[in-house]
Design a protein around this ligand. Structure first.
Ligand code: NAD
Length: 470
């Protein structure tokens, strides 16, 4: 079995308690992982605090820091096999996806945020009084980054890369279901020459464990969290005691609107990807599909055929599109929605082991749990609509507001509907395309704040006004 330790102050340690990470395809433990609690969280924050206060990282020029982050990106690419295998063993993701998408995006994230910080400009305000005010973006300090298991490495890089690029030090707490790639990332950061204590990795659970201890530590200056909305509430309460700013990327229940003037081939293809990518374990999944009545039958015929054609199996096989769900607990949660489904199941259901087959449900009432709650599996409800107003109201009738998709060839409608949808990202005739300069985040129960470009700068820095008499 492989071993993955905490990485604190440049040292990998796993001498205390450990837990097993179970491969959801074999359903056997594949690695032994250090289990942190309050004591380890304290050591990790002490290490990050010292590295921030004593430097050199927090005082280094953007170019020098950026060069080290680029070196880390190179190492991520040259260790693609190891990183992809780690995420796949931990949470069942097809290796082809991890290696072809997640790892390259991770490297790109480090390069983008290194360059963004280096090239960023700051305001200078000549004042009528003869004074001159300019802005400095000072690093915030110690960042606690708490991550989920669905895109382990890639989502961690959305937090770690901008935090480091802006001169902060980090304690990263990966999800207990997907710990391995975070330790590998920290090993590579040290190999790249990033000083000890700048990127620390702390393993463990959330409540009463490493995660909770991090969120209660006064020496932490920012908490960036991605995970469930319920966890976001608990973390925000803990952070409020110390007035620690929190950024929250939470759950979703994406509405996908297909109008009768849409390109049918393209909308079926994108809608399949929107719900079944990563076995539906995507916060942005298009899990509520609304189809205009005139094309409903033809759309459904094609959509169901495409769902049934998906290749399910061993995540290590190159052809596999759908692997098992991430854990037994999660598989029980998802199959719980299917045991007495509201509505009629056209295709899908449980598979072998912890697999759920691509599942398409029609006639589920708008107020049923499967239409309102985040299932986080390969399960989609399909509901017809007649008018644009009806489609927009149905889409907006959700506690979540992370994203929505609109399929139409009518240009005016595309813009009109995008403006009316209450969600942080609207994809028109596409899905999952992201410009790292754009805001990313959600309305309502989907979160607080935005990540990306200057939005990440706002969160990971303390802007300071310097006023000078000329
Ligand atoms: P989760 O909330 O169960 O756990 C996320 C992380 O929080 C884990 O590292 C966990 O150990 C930690 N944690 C749990 N309780 C904690 C506590 N009290 N204090 C501190 N840390 C705690 O989420 P998950 O099941 O790992 O991930 C799936 C969820 O993440 C889904 O709801 C999904 O929509 C959401 N998600 C959102 C985005 C986004 O960008 N909005 C992206 C991916 C996933």
């Amino acid at each position: 079995m492989e071993t993955f330790g905490h990485v604190i102050d440049g040292q990998e340690t796993s001498d205390g308690a450990t837990f097993a990470s179970v491969d959801p395809w074999t359903r056997q433990p594949w690695s032994d992982v250090a289990l942190g609690g309050a004591a380890e969280a304290d050591r990790a924050v002490t290490s990050a605090r010292r590295a921030f206060d004593e430097g050199p990282w927090s005082r280094m020029g953007y170019g020098e820091r950026g060069a080290l982050l680029h070196k880390l990106a190179d190492l991520i690419e040259s260790h693609a096999d190891e990183l992809a295998a780690a995420d796949s063993h931990d949470m069942g993701k097809p290796v082809a996806d991890a290696k072809g998408k997640d790892v390259p995006r991770t490297a790109q994230n480090f390069r983008f945020f290194a360059d963004h910080a280096r090239l960023a400009t700051a305001e200078t305000l000549p004042m009528d009084t003869g004074h001159h005010t300019y802005t400095r973006y000072e690093p915030a300090g110690v960042v606690a980054a708490i991550a989920p298991w669905n895109f382990p490495l890639m989502l961690e890089s959305w937090k770690v890369a901008p935090a480091l690029a802006w001169g902060n030090t980090v304690v990263l707490k990966p999800a207990e279901d997907s710990p391995a790639s975070a330790t590998i990332l920290a090993r590579l950061a040290l190999e790249a020459g990033i000083p000890p204590g700048v990127l620390n990795v702390l393993h463990g659970y959330g409540p009463g464990s490493a995660g909770e201890a991090l969120t209660r530590d006064k020496r932490v200056d920012r908490i960036t969290f991605t995970g469930e909305s319920a966890t976001g509430r608990v973390i925000t309460e803990a952070a409020a005691r110390n007035l620690t700013p929190v950024s929250l990327e939470l759950g979703g229940k994406g509405a996908n609107l297909v109008f009768d003037d849409a390109d049918l081939d393209a909308s079926v293809d994108w809608s399949i990807r929107a719900i079944f990518t990563n076995a539906g374990q995507v916060c942005l999944a298009g899990s509520r599909l609304y189809v205009q009545r005139g094309i409903l039958d033809e759309f459904l015929d094609r959509f169901v055929a495409a769902a049934e054609a998906m290749v399910i199996g061993d995540p290590r096989e190159a052809s596999t599109q759908i692997g098992p769900l991430a854990s037994e607990t999660h598989w029980r949660k998802v199959t719980g929605y299917l045991s007495e489904p509201a509505g009629k199941v056209l295709t899908g259901g449980t598979g072998d082991g912890w697999v759920v087959r691509p599942t398409v449900i029609v006639d589920a009432p708008a107020d049923s749990a499967i239409q309102r709650e985040e299932v986080f599996g390969p399960v989609v409800t399909v509901t017809p609509f007649d008018t644009e107003d009806e489609a927009v109201s149905a889409a907006n009738d959700s506690p979540y507001g992370l994203n929505a998709m609109v399929f139409t060839e009518n240009l005016s409608r595309a813009h009109r509907v995008a403006a009316r949808l209450r969600a942080g990202t609207i994809w028109t005739n596409c899905f999952f395309i992201r410009d790292l300069r754009a805001p990313f985040g959600g309305f309502a129960d989907s979160g607080w704040g935005r990540e990306g470009g200057n939005f990440s700068r706002e969160f990971f820095t303390e802007p300071k006004a310097v006023v000078m008499a000329i």
